[in-house]
Design a protein around this ligand. Structure first.
Ligand code: GTP
Ligand code: MG
Ligand code: ZN
Length: 301
């Protein structure tokens, strides 16, 4: 029994496609195990019986999850799991063409933080513009930054190395170069068109599920449409400040214990901004996201 361990790559109805040390197999949940197992998603590590019935193995158990990305159920309550055991998220942005949008980058970083997934940033197209101010802003906030150029090959190796042996999500604005970068890492990757850019056509209430793609060098990429729609909704507004790594040393240092870091006097984060220790536009990103989480109309609405 339970001799084989696998990682779920994809679900097709009741059949799971699973990567194992012995190659890809297909498996199902049967009987008692089915009743006792939570809804399985890509990234889940499962135990399998070694003797297949037809070409189908049985899933005999699930390993505890390290992380779980969930999507809000439309028009309903609760959440639906999307992907498990994601180790890291790469937010890919161009240094120029298209112009980077710091607030969008921050939003994606917050989604990762809120889900306790390590985050890093790739600043691509650096042969056009070094993007120094952007790189500096993100490094000062505490993030690993990979400057890359798919055009010249600069930094692609370092990015490829960071993917090895891990389960990664690559996300970021359209046109940043995500597909180009991933093709440079592994030519012929069969990723959805518009990978992760949520442009996958879907009807109302039709959820496009995530798919994991094994990397030749080891590790997996999770192709999940609309990462930015996932995970932000569940954040308690009180926890938002802790999703900005450079704010953390200041939390609890404000004059008021329930400081929301807006206009309160004696705010330690605002003081750090005034002292030039925290970038003013990072605090601005926090404020925009807080308004969104608290359901207030945004300034431009
Ligand atoms: N100059 C330059 N152009 C690049 C670089 N990387 C990608 N591009 C170009 O940027 C454009 C967009 O690249 P994609 O890889 O399609 O971008 P994407 O992030 O996958 O975009 P979506 O799939 O829409 O989310 C393409 O025309 C690429 O050839 C780079 O390092 N330098
Ligand atoms: Mg793409
Ligand atoms: Zn404060």
């Amino acid at each position: 029994m339970s001799g084989l361990l696998g990682t779920i790559l994809e679900r097709d109805g009741s059949v799971y496609r699973i990567a194992t040390a012995e190659g890809e197999i297909r498996a199902v949940l049967r009987g008692k195990v089915k009743r006792e197992t939570p809804r399985l998603v890509v990234g889940d590590r499962v135990h399998l019986d070694t003797d297949a019935t037809g070409d189908l193995h049985g899933i005999t158990g699930i390993e505890p999850r390290t992380t779980l990305l969930e999507r809000r159920v439309p028009d309903g309550r609760g959440a639906r799991p999307v992907a498990a055991n994601i180790d890291q998220v790469f937010v890919v942005t161009a240094s120029t063409h298209p112009e980077p949008i710091p607030q969008l980058i921050d939003r994606l970083l917050v989604v990762a933080e809120a889900n306790e997934i390590a985050a890093a940033v790739v600043v691509n197209k650096v042969e056009l513009d070094r993007g120094e101010a952007l790189v500096d802003r993100l490094r000062r906030a505490g993030y690993r930054v990979y400057p890359t150029s798919v055009r010249t090959g600069e930094g692609v190796e370092a990015f490829a190395t960071a993917l090895i042996g891990r389960i990664s999500v690559v996300t970021g604005p359209s046109g940043a170069g995500k597909s180009s970068l991933l093709n440079a890492v592994q030519p012929g990757l069969h990723l959805r068109t518009g990978l992760l850019s949520a442009r996958v056509a879907r009807g109302k209430n039709t959820t496009v599920s995530a798919v994991m793609i094994p990397l030749a060098a080891g590790g997996f990429l999770v192709d999940t449409p609309g990462f930015s729609d996932v995970g932000l909704w569940a954040i308690d507004p009180k926890e938002l400040a802790s999703c900005f790594p450079e704010f953390r040393p200041h939390i609890g240092e404000c004059r008021f214990g329930d400081c929301r870091h807006l206009t309160e006097p004696g705010c330690s984060i605002a003081a750090a901004v005034a002292a030039g220790e925290i970038a003013a536009d990072r605090l601005e990103s926090y404020r925009v996201l807080l308004a969104e989480l608290e359901g207030e109309p945004e300034e431009w609405e």
